[in-house]
Design a protein around this ligand. Structure first.
Ligand code: ZN
Length: 132
């Protein structure tokens, strides 16, 4: 039985599986079927790559005016993280005081609850980063 696309994507996010282009070497996350740089030349050459989850903070913003679902945890930090494999992700930085976040700080991906739909609804999990 084929695994629904939705669950495949969830598995990819949980395991930080990206793709590496066999033509130019660019790493992407989430995974792609065609390299954005090489286009057709990359077809059939995309390789799965498990990201280390490690990277550095490139830029960050402390958000004081949080949306309702983040009500319990404001202020919080959103940062652009450059993964060691070269991919850049925007994510929340957790387990740190906003004033202690610095550019160049080493961080490590971790999986946390992202939000919930309704009182007893579907709970969403995803990656966030914490100091390494
Ligand atoms: Zn490429």
């Amino acid at each position: 039985m084929a695994i629904p696309r939705f669950w495949r994507e969830i598995a990819s996010r949980y395991n930080l599986i990206g793709t590496k282009c066999g033509s130019c070497g660019i790493v992407d996350f989430p995974p792609r079927t065609v390299c954005p740089s090489c286009g057709r030349r990359s077809i059939g050459k995309m390789q799965k790559l498990r990201l280390s989850g490690k990277g550095v903070v490139v830029t960050y913003t402390v958000i004081h005016d949080a949306p309702a679902q983040f009500e319990m945890q404001k202020p919080y930090v959103m940062a652009m993280v450059a993964m060691d494999e070269g991919v850049r992700l925007t994510s929340q930085i957790i387990d740190v005081n906003p004033g202690d976040v610095t550019i160049g700080m080493r961080v490590q991906a971790t999986f946390r609850k992202l939000g919930q739909e309704g009182e007893a609804g579907v709970i969403h999990y995803g990656y966030k980063f914490r100091p390494a």
